[in-house]
Design a protein around this ligand. Sequence first.
Ligand code: XUL
Ligand code: CO
Length: 444
Amino acid sequence: MKDYFVGAREYFPGIKKIQFEGKDSKNPLAFHYYDADKMIGGKTMADHLRFATAYWHSFCADGTDPFGSATMDFPWKDSDPKAKAEKKADAAFEFITKLGTPYYCFHDVDASWEGEGAEEYVRNYHLVAKWLLERQKATGVKLLWNTSNVFTHPRYMNGAATNPQFDILCRSALQVKTSLDVNVLLGGENYVFWGGREGYMTLLNTDMKREREHLGRYLALARDYGRKIGFKGTFLIEPKPMEPTKHQYDYDAQTAIAFIREFGLENDFKCNIEANHATLAGHSFDHDLQVCADNGLLGSVDANQGDRFNGWDTDEFPTDVYETTRAMLVILRNGGLHGGGLNFDAKRRRNSTDPEDLFLAHIGGMDAFALGLEIAHRIIEDGKLDAFVKDRYASFDAGLGKDFEAGRLDFQQLAEHGLRAECKLVSGKQEYLNNLLNDYLFGR
Ligand code: XUL
Ligand code: CO
């Protein structure tokens, strides 16, 4: 990555390129654990973690919440939407290159703007895509994924691909098609569908079967279009159980995978797992990652964390090393993220208003995942945890247990063995394993 692209002006003055200074450094604007070039198990940290900056939280979310107005004073604000978009692109690339995430992600309307009507929307987006391409070429920053925001505009209040009005389904298809065109231009490695309004508020007004079939057909058609124009990456479905819609069709990883299989999309689609979406569904982050890994459908990750004391999507930066370690265990055992990455779908708190707070937030997230990577690697190398789990299933590695796994026994034979089965109580040893994990975390 080139040092940094500076547009017409510097948007984060006084902040230099963030360097790795090690764990003894007292400099908060430095990495203490993320050392991009450090080799871990044959790959650099950068290649393991494939970090991405999210355009929407970092350069668009101005601190507005349901109870208060904007708190962030973005120096790229401008009453002219075109000038604002161009300044925002400069600010974004300055930030990304100073921070050093190799990738970025965006929604159409994060980087561009709606304008007056559908044709202008398409024109604006192509113009912005040209600016983004120039900045990608100047810096070496790459596009992990883009997506279409088909949930904010009032026209999508009843959904996009699952809207009961065909016209609105088509209007959203225009956005997805344009985003795919832009993706191919920018060499995007994945394309995301998050169905924030694909679901229902009440069954009293909803034909769920028809809506899900529309979504399945729509995704297949988008896939066909993408392949036709040369998109070689992976399509990703990002599950979330609720918020904004009461009941979203891609509730969690298992539901999204069933959907992918039901509509024959498994050769082109995988999942983009977001930590705070998993917890909102009542699962741990590593649970949803493991479900995808077990199905060969772990595509990419939206790296964030929720607040354990409330039940919505707070999109905080990941700082909990216990969680990042458990996530990295799944990712390492999956052989890595392959074409995916760790995208910071996370926002600083609305009262973190200093420009440096945006850097500090990302540095914390990158360091937390770097630590998680190192610890998870150590756990796997050491082998104690894996050996424990393997041993727990030893009764399936020989004799009748092995025959059962190989499909050589019928149900009557299982029952016959049951007649003389020895049903010993074998401890699951969860407390021992929790303590072992703490030993790895705190280096004993
Ligand atoms: C919303 C969310 C989205 C998707 C992309 O909760 O996670 O930002 O990641 O649309
Ligand atoms: Co997300």
